[in-house]
Every structure is written in C-alpha cells, then in structure tokens.
Ligand binder design. Structure first.
Ligand code: UTP
Ligand code: MG
Length: 546
C-alpha cells in the first residue's frame, strides 16, 4: 500500500483496514482448511512477533472511537475499495469492478454505473492507451469509496435483472443465481417515524439508567416463584416429576411490564432432550394442559400455539398479572439464556446496548422480529470487534461435552483477563450504541452473510447449502447432524438451517436454527435503513452534546 500521499491519521486507518482484511482472510481460510504448510506457519509466526513488537511501544488512545462507522468514508484510496456485498477488497479498476458487480447482482451494469466508471478511463487514458475497455484497462485512478458503494446500491435498485452467465472466479464461493436473486433486498426508503425520533432524542444514557433500574426490579420479582409453584401444583396430579424452569428476558434483566414470562415445563425429566417428542406428543401435552389451566382459578386467556417451530401454551396468570409462554421440549432455551447472562456479566456495556436496541426495535413495528434476534445481533456486534469471545472459543477445551439433543451446550466461563479482552468503560456507552447502528446499517451485509455468535465472525450464507460441503469446520455438530439426515425427507422447517432467508441470525447452540427466518426482504431493508438513519441522528446529537 502506498502511503506517500496520506497523512499519519489516514495511514492508521489504512493499517486498520488492511489488518481487518487480513483477519477476514484468515478466518475464511480457517473455516475451509484443516491443514497448514510450514511456510505459511512461519509467516504467521513472523506476523505474531511483528504485531507483538509493534504493540510494545504503543499507547492506547480512544481518539479514533466513534469513527468506526465507515473508515473509508473520509479518505481517498488509490488501489481498492471494500465491497459491502462480500466483504472483500476489490481493485478499483473498471474491468474488475464491472466483473465484480456482475457476480453479485446478475445484471448487466447499468448505464449510470458505466457512465460513472468511464470517469476512471478518462483520467488514465493519457497515461496508458487501451484497446478493450472492459478487459484491458488498467486504471489506478483515485476513487472515493463512499461514492462507489452508493453506485453499487443504485445500480442494484434501478436495473431490471437480466440473466447473465456469472463468471466463476478461482477461490470465491460459488453463488448460484437463484440465491443471488432471492438474496437481493427490496427497497425501503421511508424515513424514521416521529415517535422513533422522539425516542432517539432522549439521551441514551438517561433512557438506559431508567430502564435498567426498572428491569432489575422486574428480574427480582417474587411473583415468578408463585407462578411456578402454582403451575407445578396443577400439573403434578398427573405428572409427579413435573418441574418448571424460567428463561428469557425476565431472567436476563431485559424485560419490561409487557414482557412474557418464559417457562420450560419439564414433564418427564427431559432437560437434555434425550427423548425427542414428536409434534403429535407435544400437541397432546399442550391440549391436555390447556384444559387443566382453563379449569383452575388462577389462569385465563389460555391459548395453544401449535403451529410454531416450538409449540407453546400461552396463558395469563391473573393472580400475578403475568402473561406466560410455556414450552415443553427441552432445556435448550435455558442454555442460551445462561450464555447471554454470562456475556452481559463479562461486558456490562453489551447489556446496556441490548436494552437500548431492544427498545429501539419496537419502533420498527415488525411482528416477526423477536427480541431474541436483537439480543443475538448485539452480542455478535461486540464479537465482531473482539470485545466478546465466540461460543466456539468458550467451548474449545471446556471438558466433556454436555449435550441437549444434538447440540453441545457447556462452555467455559472465561474471564476478560483470560480472554485478553479489555473491559469497555461505561463512559464509552454512546460510542457502542452508535457503533451498533452503523455496523448493521452500513457494514454488515445481510444479503450474503450470517450473523453468527457461535463463530464470532460472519460466514457466507451459501456455505450452508446442504448440497455442498462448505459448512465451517468449527460447526462439527451441524455437520454431524446434516450427515445423519436423510436429506430427501429432511424438513425445511425443523431440520434444515434456513440459510437463504433475507436475514440469517444463527442460534449459537441450535446451529440449524435461523432465529430471524420470519423476516421478509422489505423488513430487512427497513431494519438497515432505520439503522443508517438512527446512526446519523445519534451522531448529530452526540456532536451537538460534545
Ligand atoms: P422471547 O421472544 O420471549 O424474547 O423469547 P425475550 O428475550 O424473552 O423478550 P420479551 O419477551 O420480548 O421481553 C424468550 C426466550 O426464548 C428463547 C431465548 O432464550 C429467548 O430469550 N428463544 C426465543 C429461542 O431459543 N429461540 C428463538 O427463536 C426465540
Ligand atoms: Mg419473553
């Protein structure tokens, strides 16, 4: 990388970006290959030593915080831009850019785009004559990446898709056309509603303080024991070993008065899921318990929800005035509550950001977006910046596997020191709130990538196609599960990971579960658009406050 024409701050940003790019390459390589040759190993060792030496005489500063919403936005680059579709560095030459666009969007590049790219040619024509504009122009012109990214999205929105042969490039993952077409998000251009703006104009810190106090009261409520005792009492007559376990937002300190109380009703000591109840059995439990609760004097509004992936019984406990969601399968949901609690404990700023994001998501008014998805997205955002460990890291060397159904659920509760992760100071809260929105608004590519708290980095959706063998090697349990399936008869709803959906947020334990599978394309666009606008508004507010 040429650094002559940039100042020292820009150099630092360039370095930051190049390191980010290298990390992505290493992760991708790590997920595809199990072996490494001695030369590469040598080079990696050199890298570690060099980084170590580099860091030894450096003093950390917060100076760059808050600018992480797009390190390219303010600088000119001479060699490459970052493609938001696939997170790769793309050389800024016309043939490469045009070829890259074709790969992603299956279109003939629009006239607008071609017109814009002509600018490159003009600038360089004097220095190097060309014969074939599309294949031989080697342009090293400067381009403002922000502009190019805008062009990339403009071309996708405005051009009618035309089937073209997608050129296959050596080591890139194969992207089938059907996927690419399905993967394109529908346009959403509306602004934030008045109510959303009103919420965003409250100082985040003030909102969080108030909400955290309220949530802590809710988490410590004495009503829950009463609900469990009542429920167990009613069901014990027929099922003497029945036991109720709580999970979800009321345990996590994320609940408000409207939150339900999530209960796993364990009827036959099946916490580990060793018995796989059929849907018929679960429906029979639910219908039987519906009758029992309807007869009792503490429950009303009893509604079985049988068609859901996990069938539940919803009921209102009018003594304690709480809506309860009861499920009967196994203890998997408790495991993710335990993991989330550990993350919140490890990095309390992650908890505060989740509180804020959860409230923010209400203003989206999206019935299919559940709170759990927002929680996982927040955790993943911190993992992406190496401020929380991946579940994979916590499960490596954590002793014998403790399984619920086919998913390993135990993990080592490592401290920040053991993990080599700094504690985020609470004074940096706003930076991370802003960071969350700019990350999902401008940096994360929902069209192609998976939000993956298990890995802590983002694999491609196409890697999960069960027809190929590209599932990241770290996901041994998912690979083994797929190997055990008869793919012809596998159920897309219950067995297969819904990797082609517009938004893919993978459950950290249940690796075949996309918790955001209910969202349609325009929902995802709206989330993205809201993130962008929210980041802009918050940034304005912060600048105003500073
Ligand atoms: P909820 O949707 O009730 O979310 O899922 P919540 O976190 O309790 O938030 P509220 O109720 O909107 O305040 C409850 C729990 O169910 C598990 C998670 O443990 C979640 O915390 N869950 C939910 C899953 O395991 N998978 C899912 O797809 C959804
Ligand atoms: Mg809940």
């Amino acid at each position: 990388m040429e650094l002559n024409s940039v100042n020292s701050e820009q150099e630092l940003f360039l370095l930051n970006w190049e390191i980010g790019d290298l990390i992505k390459k290493l992760r991708k390589f790590g997920s595809k290959r199990l072996e490494i040759n001695p030369q590469t190993l040598n080079s990696l060792e050199n890298l570690v030593v060099t980084v170590d030496t580099f860091l030894k005489n450096k003093k950390p500063t917060n100076k760059c915080e808050g600018q992480d919403n797009g390190i390219f936005d303010k600088f000119f680059f001479s060699r490459s831009v970052h493609c938001k579709q696939c997170n790769q560095a793309i050389s800024t030459s016309k043939p490469v850019l045009v070829k890259h666009l074709k790969e992603h969007v299956c279109i003939t590049p629009s006239q607008v785009l071609l017109q814009a790219l002509k600018g490159f040619d003009k600038e360089k024509k004097t220095s190097k004559p060309t014969t074939d504009k599309l294949t031989q122009t080697e342009v090293k012109a400067k381009i403002e990446p922000g502009k190019l990214q805008k062009l990339l999205s403009t071309s996708k929105k405005k051009v009618k898709p035309v089937q073209v042969v997608v050129p296959q490039i050596d080591n890139r993952p194969k992207v089938d056309k059907e996927y690419v077409i399905q993967g394109r998000l529908r346009e959403y251009t509306d602004g934030l509603t008045r109510r959303t703006k009103k919420f965003l104009n409250i100082e985040p810190r003030v909102f969080i303080k108030e909400r955290a106090t309220k949530c802590s009261e809710i988490a410590n409520s004495s009503s829950y024991d009463a609900v469990l005792t009542n429920l167990e009492g009613l069901l014990k007559v027929e099922h003497p070993n029945v036991k109720g376990h709580l999970f979800g937002s009321r345990l996590l300190g994320l609940a408000d008065d409207a939150s339900d109380l999530d209960i796993f009703v364990d009827i036959y000591s099946n916490y580990d899921g060793s018995v796989k109840y059929s849907r018929g059995t679960l429906q029979a439990f639910i219908l039987k318990f519906e009758k029992i609760l309807k007869k009792s004097d503490s429950w009303s509004r009893v509604v079985p929800i049988i068609s859901a992936r996990t069938p539940i019984l919803r009921a209102w406990n009018f003594k304690e005035k709480i809506n309860c969601d009861m499920m009967f399968t196994n203890g998997l949901s408790l495991s993710n509550t335990v993991l989330t609690l550990y993350f919140f404990d490890l990095q309390p700023v992650c908890y505060y950001v989740t509180l804020y994001v959860k409230e923010w998501s209400r203003y989206l008014r999206m019935a299919n977006l559940n709170s759990y998805t927002m929680t996982l997205m927040t955790i993943y955002y911190f993992q992406e910046y190496n401020l929380l460990p991946s579940l994979y890291e916590l499960q490596t060397d954590c002793g014998d596997g403790c399984y619920i159904t086919q998913w390993k659920t135990n993990f080592k509760r490592k401290s920040l020191d053991e993990l080599g992760i700094p504690l985020i100071p609470e004074c940096a809260l706003e930076t991370y709130i802003l960071g969350f929105f700019s990350f999902y608004g401008s940096r994360f590519c929902f069209e192609t990538n998976v939000v993956c708290p298990f890995l802590g980095w983002s694999p491609l959706k196409v890697d999960f196609d069960p027809k190929h063998n590209d599932i990241p090697v770290q996901m041994e349990d998912l690979r083994a599960f797929y190997d055990s399936l008869d793919m012809k008869n596998a159920s897309p709803l219950h067995d297969l990971f819904a990797h082609k959906k517009p938004m893919v947020v993978q459950d950290p334990f249940e690796l075949n579960h996309n918790v955001a599978k209910g969202l349609v394309s325009v929902d995802v666009s709206k989330i993205k658009q809201y993130c962008i606008l929210t980041a802009e508004l918050l940034e304005e507010n912060f600048i105003h406050v500073r």
